[in-house]
Design a binder for this molecule. Sequence first.
Ligand SMILES: Nc1ncnc2c1ncn2[C@@H]1O[C@H](COP(=O)(O)OP(=O)(O)O)[C@@H](O)[C@H]1O
Ligand SMILES: [Mg+2]
Length: 592
Amino acid sequence: MILKSNSQLQWFVRKLRPLLRAHLLSVSLIVLSSLMFLLDPLLIKWLIDKVLPKRDIRLLLLAAGAFLGIYVCRLGFSALAGMVSFRTVQNLVFRIRLDILEHMNLLSADFHESTPIGEKLYRMEQDVDQVAELGSSLVPYVLQTTFNAFFVIGTMFFLDFRLTILLLPLMPLFFVFRRRFEGQLRQASDSAQQQSSRESSFLQEHLASVIQIQLLRRERSQVQAFLERASARMKALNHRTLTETLFRTCYMAVIALGTIATLGYGGYEVFVGALTVGGLVAFYSYLARLFDPLNAAVDIYSRFNRLSASIRRIVEVIEKTPTVSESPSAMHFPSSSRGCVELQRVSFSYGKATPVVDGLELKLEAGEKVALVGVSGSGKSTITKLIARLYDVNQGAIHIDGIDVRDVRLESLRTNVCYLMQDAVLFDRTLKENLLLGKPSATNRDLFGALETADLGELISCLPQGWDTPIGPKGNFLSGGERQRLALARLVLQNPSVLLLDESTSALDAPSERRVFTNLVERFADKTIVFVSHRISALKWVDRIVVLNGGIVEEQGTHDRLVGNGGLYALLHNSPAPAGGQGFYPISSENI
Ligand SMILES: Nc1ncnc2c1ncn2[C@@H]1O[C@H](COP(=O)(O)OP(=O)(O)O)[C@@H](O)[C@H]1O
Ligand SMILES: [Mg+2]
């Protein structure tokens, strides 16, 4: 069995089941068409042995008519079967792709942050196409092959028992070759798919960052890297074809042996009168047809290998359980949460790396405005991601309004706690459509209010088509600062109880950032806001500043108190700024 794991087979059968009726139809048509195909040699035998010697023109016309009938039926059935099977394939592609898309939507940040998009796309596109095409043709193909084999062997026994007995031992040879090549074929198939996916991941990343590559003047080295991947892929594909060809050639040698035996021994039987000439011709035609199904079995075998490699890759994604998942007893926040956030002895690390957060204790009161500061890499983003439950803590717990975030329905959590990252993620749609993603039912007044809060009120009048201006792929038609503020306006529309702003105003000038902060505090006076900004001076006014260092809270308090303490915060605040004495960081480690 090539599909080693039961779950892979089960998954495939489950996908195929709804299409069973279409399958049965296409299988019946295929069987009918092959039955027509198998009647040929018998008709030829009749023609040679009975019609030609009698020189009867009526019988000859009857034979020609029978041939015509057989061909018309054969072509008709096979054309119909082709159409039905094409529709089945498309249906299967659609179902599997939808399944993967829905499952990808469930998977957590760890998967999405560590898997290249090219890799995910390869599984959704090439692997799905392979599974649908090979998979849906496999069942009719296997049935047709089995049917043909039985029909042909039966008729051969009927035509010449001894000759058939002579030929049958050749058949097990096929299985000997199969066993001999099994491992090699599978390995070659897996490696070809892996290399193809590696190449497409590389291309995907390259195409998404061509401008950056031009700026770095790394076009040549990228082409070199592409060549390396492309040649590895070519090698793997060539190796796969070579292995398959070798297998096929060995197999064809068996067919040649069979043909020689038939012509030699069959010819002798005609000499001694044990077989008619028509019988020999019919037997010879059936021999080719006997090897047809066996040949097809070889083909089925390599198809099956490719199919199982693709199924394995799809099932790998489909069966991946999201690391952040909803417990069956998860609940909604009562109405809208108050926004009291409590981190209790929280420890967390990415993979097996050293902990980024180590026994952190932190409580944010409902409605409090808190700044998270610390040098770059001190874990500010990680903490905000943990609160938004993009990742789950390794130890400890995070409570919101006294409820562990792991016990809250993800939908409810994401309605009440919103995390905005530094790199604003916008979509290739119009400005209005981007905003409506925050609140589909928003009125124009809501939208305008949100833009005002994000200090983007004037943007509409500057854009050629106002609300309906397309903002380009990833929002490229806007400036960096505009993109960030548009994402912020979208967050404003979501109206959460806890706002986590992770350097989400980093591209703004200081006065503009200040205006945005003031607007936010005014609009979300009773909501909890966590500000992460590299501009410490912009955050002096918050209720509390929390200074992180090495995964724990180093100190916390108001700006004046922390400056008075003369600790890490004072150092960060007083470090020389590039312009305007604003207190920028990260600062060099010697400063600390
Ligand atoms: N997805 C990730 N996988 C592995 N390590 C990560 C990931 N994200 C961040 N880190 C590591 O965690 C540490 C803290 O990162 P982060 O929370 O982003 O810091 P900050 O936001 O304070 O600059 C860094 O050392 C960083 O290398
Ligand atoms: Mg960060």
